[in-house]
Design a protein around this ligand. Structure first.
Ligand code: HEM
Length: 555
């Protein structure tokens, strides 16, 4: 019986190639099989008893496979050990997972900064089969991401984003040596550069006025009003679309996009480590990325506003916008499919990059004004002096308000909006400070650690705008908070102007204070940040009262 069982086993089928092989080889092959648990003892004995030389199996291939596999593993082990010595210091992790479990899902920048005390400015993390390099100092970050931006400007490969969602040509994802990267940058420079941003001033003023009115009417919903302001400005700039209310359909679409990203992308997806998961159905374990894929696709954040804008321009009923400028060519030529796809990606990148970031910055501004009354009053005096107190501040007043500019710099330093920036990736093996930075690693600048480094900013946790004034100001945080090298934020001019315009007008019209409990005691707002790559303060109690009713815009 065993004989029959064994003969039915694929490995035991007689092979003409086995004829003439020595009894030792045949027996050894069986030993190998047993060793690997493919036969139990009884099966093994029976096989030896019943087998005849011509029946012997094609076992040598198994042997060869085992030898090859073990030597490959041994090679990987030795190579890893050798590299281990060259990598930047690595916190001890677990076998196989490496440091995966040591990266907190929320606000990992604090953990990375804490590791700096133990391991230094550059830290290496092993995430299963991937390398991550954390840059915790200004010097290392500027040396690599700015100084060597020719090799440090790609984004790390992502199976989910590039292969499952096909985002590899997206503005945020495209390789820096791809021709689309240059084309995107050129478009964004012409639409978001200092000159272009000046043209958006009337729009900024209009949206600021709407925000001031909403804050006066319903101050408790201050975050919703800020959100509307940022979203409305970007939708107008990108598509020429006018947002109608805080519940506007297109505004909600963008908000949902950020919620989905926060929900799905705060933890690394298994597919990044095991790409073959992409072939498996959604009921299979570890295929949570399918849910994320569906949510992102269903939301169609890039498609819906783009289609609206295209229809408007084609009907001739449209206002000037980033979309309209590039869709309608000056020479009347038609836009190619590739150009259209590129325009769709760039427009989407504007509001994905711009709608949420300025909200986070202004929310922190409100918190800091509430908790630092003397700074608020000093900034208000400066605003009043610049405007005479009888008109609202305008974008061109900025030069007359150095203290307010310092307040905005300090807000972004104290609470950098994107504390880990976006991951860069290095093109080829590099050696820095004697350490190996392996090709393809994710290279992450810990912007939070840089803006809280006591050597650069003494007493970094103290909110102190004066550090940016005087003859020897501390380094300008704008040099760090908008990212680095070729990938640095293309929307920084728009963001700076819009923050200034909003902050100056808010201080001109309102006093910001702590709420009081029924006994009249001030309620201390707690500092709690939401998860995700953009650092948002959670809603907190605040009292926003009109101090200059005559400045409140009526239309
Ligand atoms: C306070 C406001 C903002 C902050 C702090 C901020 C910060 C950043 C940072 C840190 C990066 C990553 C840079 C890197 O990879 O080194 C980035 C990228 C980007 N930002 Fe901003 N940003 C802000 C506002 C805006 C605005 C208003 C827009 C558009 C209107 C925008 C559009 C983009 C785009 C398109 C990228 C991707 C660049 C690329 O991958 O090549 N950002 N931003």
């Amino acid at each position: 019986m065993w004989h029959r069982v064994l003969r039915s086993h694929r490995a035991f089928r007689p092979s003409t190639r086995d004829a003439g092989k020595s009894a030792w080889t045949r027996r050894y092959s069986l030993v190998t099989l047993r060793y690997h648990g493919r036969l139990n003892r009884k099966l093994y004995k029976s096989a030896v008893r019943h087998s005849e030389p011509r029946d012997y199996i094609k076992m040598d291939s198994t042997l060869v496979f085992i030898v090859l596999a073990s030597s490959t593993l041994a090679f990987i082990y030795v190579a890893n050990r050798r590299n281990q010595a060259l990598f930047p210091p690595t916190p001890p992790g677990q076998w196989f997972l490496g440091n995966v479990k040591q990266i907190p899902a929320r606000q990992p920048w604090f953990q990375f900064a804490a590791w700096r005390e133990l391991y230094g400015d550059i830290i290496h993390l092993k995430l299963i089969n991937k390398h991550m390099i954390i840059l915790n100092s200004k010097k290392a970050t500027l040396d690599l991401l700015d100084g060597q931006s020719n090799i440090y400007s790609h984004r790390p490969k992502s199976v989910f984003l590039d292969e499952v969602l096909d985002f590899s040509n997206d503005v945020f994802r495209v390789r820096a040596d791809d021709p689309h990267f240059k084309a995107h940058r050129r478009m964004m420079h012409s639409g978001l550069g200092p000159r272009a941003v000046r043209e958006y001033q009337p729009l900024q003023i209009q949206e600021t006025n709407t925000m001031l009115r909403s804050l006066a009417e319903d101050p408790d919903k201050f975050i919703a009003h800020i959100r509307r302001n940022a979203g409305a400005l970007i939708m107008k700039v990108a598509y020429g679309y006018t947002v109608s209310s805080v519940d506007d359909y297109y505004l909600k679409l963008v908000e949902r996009h950020f919620e989905i990203l926060e929900e799905t992308m705060s933890l690394p997806l298994m597919i990044e480590f095991f790409p073959t998961l992409k072939y498996l159905p959604s009921w299979f374990p570890f295929t949570g990325f399918r849910k994320a894929e569906k949510m992102i696709r269903d939301n169609m954040t890039d498609r819906i506003p783009y289609d609206w804008a295209k229809k408007q321009v084609e009907s001739g009923n449209f206002v000037d916008s980033f979309f309209a400028r590039f869709f309608q060519k000056e020479d009347g030529a038609t836009t190619s499919q590739d150009e259209e796809r590129m325009l769709m990606r760039v427009c989407a990148a504007l509001y994905i990059g711009g709608a949420d970031t300025t909200v986070a910055a202004l929310t922190s501004f409100f918190y800091l004004m509430e908790t630092h009354l003397e700074i608020q009053q000093r900034a208000q005096s400066e605003v009043d002096a610049a405007t005479g107190g009888d008109r609202l501040p305008r974008p061109d007043d900025e030069g007359k308000m150095p203290y307010l500019t310092a307040v905005i710099k300090e807000t972004l330093r104290w609470s950098p909006v994107v504390p880990l920036g976006l991951p860069h990736s290095v093109d080829r093996d590099d050696i820095y400070d004697g350490y190996l930075i392996p090709a393809g690693s994710s290279v992450i600048a810990n912007i939070w650690a840089i803006t809280h480094d006591p050597e650069t900013y003494p007493n970094p946790d103290v909110f102190e705008p004066d550090r940016h004034l005087g003859e020897n100001p501390q380094p300008n945080p704008f040099d760090f908070v908008f990212g680095f090298g070729r990938r640095s934020c293309p929307g920084s001019h728009l963001a700076e102007r819009s923050l200034f315009q909003n902050a100056a007008n808010i201080l001109a019209v309102f006093n910001i204070d702590k709420k009081r409990d029924p006994q009249g005691n001030p309620i201390e707002p707690t500092v709690e940040f939401r998860g995700g790559g953009i650092s948002h303060l959670k809603d907190f109690p605040i009292k926003i009262i009109v101090r200059s009713p005559h400045l409140l815009p009526t239309t």
